[in-house]
Write a protein that binds this ligand. Structure first.
Ligand code: CTP
Length: 428
């Protein structure tokens, strides 16, 4: 998405650097337009370095590019933070005395203001009237947060936290699609192009498990596996970018969770089961991308198991963990809901069968709607940046192949989930 981030002249301008980071990490192209006053708080060089785009606040820079017209026209979303009393007044009265206010007058997409000022200024009749005017024109003006302000005063007037502004901005961008569908965009993926909607999962809640469980043996040892969590994290980011509210249930991962998703950390298969069953009850889509240990030590020693010369070497007895995916499907079926359940399968072929025949048997056994099949080898899948999968469907459609980076594969899987959902319960 192309985002214009207008920065007003308030002390909270420094917090907007984190907001800018959230936008860029989510893959958006951000042009920052600070007001002249904002440049007294945070320098232009900071915005240029963090956004990777040139920054100016003058309509007289790069006149040949007619920036004040182009930026407003081309932006998919304009976010102004902190929106000072002065900026709200200038926007409400349609002034065009710097690049930011010019851009606001040229805006053709959604606009969001995140105000920050002293409580008296926020509550002043003039500011409230300006807010009212802007809202009546369809502009979103967030309520400021309450708390300690710059001086000794406190009350409503604090800039909402960057994560809250980020979420509101994404919701606004996605909500726009729900109200008036955007023209179909072309999502380019490694598997080719698709012409689905820009935010196919807008309004959906998606729960994704990722990483590898660890089954404790004693306070220092565990049984684990090679899963890095990269594919699950890529799925979470792709689902978020597709407009979903995303919950990432993370067992051990080697990569950080993406911004803008709710993270719930777990360690063992039993903990993962409990969290997934609870989260699934509120989800439209459940994706089991975690590598779940099939077995756990029957006994967990409360103290470190010591090696001793006078006793035999320890023997570890393993017991079965529950099959979480199978249980999620059973709960869904018992509730008669149209939730979409997606499994992953790490497969190897052998003399008795090839990867696909094992995968088809697993799809039947697990009962999920889609099964994303990885071919696992010594140097394949775990910890790697690339992946190659086949998506099998319970409905029996042709297997779909996807290959590329784990992000490419995630985009294709999420795209497929979007089309399955619109088939199962289309938007009205
Ligand atoms: N899975 C699960 N609970 C388990 C084991 C696996 O929910 N106890 C899920 C995985 O998250 C994945 C799918 O089941 O989505 C398939 O995992 P996989 O390890 O390929 O299959 P298993 O059921 O463990 O079968 P096997 O290892 O015997 O092939």
């Amino acid at each position: 998405m192309r985002i214009v981030l207008g920065v007003g002249g308030g002390i909270a301008a420094y917090k907007v650097a984190s907001l800018l980071r959230l936008f860029t990490e989510a893959g958006h192209d951000v042009t920052v337009i600070p007001t002249e006053a904002a440049s007294r708080f945070v320098g232009v060089a900071t915005w240029e370095a963090l956004s990777g785009n040139p920054v100016t606040n003058s309509v007289f820079d790069d006149v040949d590019q007619v920036k004040h017209v182009r930026l407003g026209h081309e932006a998919d979303l304009i976010v102004v933070a902190p929106a000072t009393a002065d900026l709200l007044a200038r926007a409400a009265t349609g002034q065009a005395n710097d690049l930011l206010t010019n851009t606001l007058l040229m805006a053709s997409g959604p606009v969001l203001f995140a105000p920050a000022m002293h409580t008296e200024m926020w509550q002043h009749a003039a500011t409230q009237a300006n807010v009212e005017t802007l809202r009546s024109r369809g502009v979103t003006v967030l309520e400021p947060a309450s708390g300690r302000l710059t001086g000794s005063d406190s009350g409503p007037g604090r800039l909402p936290e960057p994560e809250a502004i980020f979420e509101a901005a994404m919701a606004l961008a996605h909500g726009l699609q729900a109200v008036a569908p955007l023209s179909p965009s072309v999502n380019v993926t490694a598997g080719g192009t698709s012409t689905g909607p820009l935010f196919p999962l807008a309004g959906r809640t998606v729960t994704i498990s990722a990483g590898g469980t660890r089954e404790p043996l004693d306070p220092v040892r565990f049984l684990g596996n090679r899963s890095s969590g990269k594919q699950g994290v890529a799925l979470a980011a792709a689902a978020r970018d597709a407009g979903a509210t995303v919950r990432l249930v993370a067992a051990h991962m080697e990569v950080p969770a993406p911004a803008g998703v709710e993270l719930i950390a777990v360690e063992t298969a039993l903990q993962l089961r409990e969290v997934m069953l609870a989260a699934a009850a509120e989800s439209d889509v459940v994706i089991m991308a975690a590598a779940v240990a099939d077995f756990r030590p029957a006994e967990v020693s409360g103290s470190k198991i010591k090696k001793r010369d006078d006793t035999a070497d320890p023997v570890i007895t393993l017991i079965r963990n529950p099959d979480i995916l199978h249980e999620l499907v059973a709960v869904r079926d018992a509730a008669g809901s149209s939730q979409l359940v997606v499994g992953f399968a790490a497969e190897t072929g052998d003399e008795q069968g090839d990867v696909l025949s094992y995968a088809e048997a697993k799809l039947k056994r697990k009962g999920c709607d889609l099964l994303v099949v990885n071919h696992v080898g010594a140097d394949k899948v775990f910890g790697q940046d690339n992946n190659s999968v086949v998506i099998l469907s319970r409905a029996g459609s042709e297997p779909q192949s996807a290959a590329g980076s784990k992000q490419d594969v995630a985009a294709i899987v999420i795209d497929r989930i979007g089309s399955e959902l619109s088939r199962v319960f289309p938007r009205t």
